[in-house]
Design a protein around this ligand. Structure first.
Ligand code: NI
Length: 394
């Protein structure tokens, strides 16, 4: 059978698995039931599960008929601390937790892809490694798969992953060459002044006045110091200082994040934040402590891998199902860590239905409904891309 025929044959089974996972979401590092379901389904198909130190998640392997290349395919599995408001018959049964980022679809899709490739194992050489990755939302999961040996013995020569997109029509595959997702760096600034009476600011050093001034100045880095060819977003989502209207506090704390798509641009902005914080505070008689947690880098898709996914999409879905993504997403994903070790691509599967507004609320939204047609298209494209890669001797 061809891949589209296999997708058609098994789709109800895997949609049912997806809905079961959706009903039983689990937070990062707690994906115990999800891991059980994954292992059960892999075992049913006779797929080998590697013995690793992973507490949740797993690595599985499909062997082709002879030696050859290695490809890795990755799905994330964790849910979010969000209370579901979709009213779906298979809504989350766990209070306060739901699959608002579609990772249930990713997990079921990789199981489905594994089934297809296992059935076709006599048609290719080499190895398929399956990464059922825990803890994407907290940024720890990709590292745990890498530490568990995912990228060694054999080392993959290409890796693919996919993510739902409520911005792309269901049934389409979203592709973006080069930078596709942002680096996320964290910034904390503690402005240190000198507390006192609100009536005598001249005897104190007012950290609230300094923080207000500094906040505005920091935004000028984005427009005046960063090269506008490289987008950057600096958001401070938390500013805390003081307890009473007539008391000048000792300190104010600002916490925020920087999103960038280029490492040089990120490093320049982080250095400017440090420089400007120190000099603004000094100019206003205060001091500061700046704590920076540099992000792991942007997610950059390798062009030739995107070309391969496009070719596969054309074969199984048709050329009109390719959606060219123009603008990178300011969101982040730890998939980028695999891309530091081997070429690969992270592509999007459309889950938006124009006629159903509930499918367009966006990721991490409690009301968003994911159109399951996206799952079938994603499975077809990923399975074909993997098969083509392993059949191609170059
Ligand atoms: Ni996600």
């Amino acid at each position: 059978m061809t891949i589209p025929e296999l997708v058609e044959t098994y789709k109800d089974e895997y949609i049912a698995i997806r809905r079961d996972l959706h009903q039983h979401p689990e937070l990062s590092k707690q994906e115990f039931r999800t891991t059980e379901v994954v292992k059960r389904e892999l075992s049913k198909c006779g797929i080998e599960i590697l013995d690793t130190e992973l507490e949740t998640g797993c690595i599985a392997v499909i062997h082709g008929k002879g030696p050859g290349k290695t490809i890795a395919l990755r799905a994330d599995m964790d849910a979010l601390p969000v209370t579901e408001e979709t009213n779906l018959p298979f809504s989350s049964q766990t209070e306060g937790v739901c699959h608002a980022c579609g990772h249930d679809i990713h997990t079921a899709s990789l199981l489905f892809t594994a089934r297809i490739l296992q059935e076709k194992r006599e048609e290719f050489n080499g190895t398929v490694k399956l990464f059922f990755q825990p803890a994407e939302e907290c940024g720890a999961g990709a590292l745990s798969i890498i530490k568990a040996g995912g990228m060694q013995d054999p080392k993959p020569e290409m890796i693919l992953g996919m993510h739902c997109s409520p911005d792309i029509p269901a049934g389409m595959i979203g592709l973006k060459k080069g930078p596709a997702m942002a680096d996320g760096s964290l910034v904390k600034i503690k402005v240190i002044g000198k507390g006192g009476h609100g009536a005598h600011p001249y005897r104190a050093v007012d950290p609230i006045a300094i923080a207000c001034f500094l906040y505005c100045q920091l935004q000028t880095i984005i427009t005046r110091e960063n090269n506008a060819a490289y987008p950057a977003i600096l958001t401070f989502g938390s500013i805390h200082g003081g307890n009473a209207g007539n008391v000048i506090p000792d300190t104010v704390e600002l916490a925020g994040g920087l999103r960038t798509f280029n490492e040089e641009s990120r490093d320049n902005i982080l250095a400017a934040i440090e420089r400007m914080s120190k000099s603004c505070c000094e100019a206003m008689r205060g001091t500061c402590e700046v704590t920076i947690k540099k992000g792991p880098g942007p997610l950059v898709n390798v062009p030739w891998v995107i070309d391969r996914v496009a070719e596969a999409t054309k074969k199984v879905l048709g050329e009109d199902k390719i959606y060219n993504i123009e603008i990178p997403s300011p969101g982040g994903d730890d998939f980028l860590l695999y891309l530091k070790e081997c070429p690969g691509a992270y592509f999007r599967i459309g889950t938006w239905d124009q006629t159903k507004p509930e499918t367009g609320h966006g990721l991490h939204n409690a009301q968003n409904v994911f159109d399951e047609r996206g799952m079938c298209s994603g499975v077809a494209a990923m399975s074909q891309a993997a098969l083509d890669f392993l059949q191609d001797l170059n």
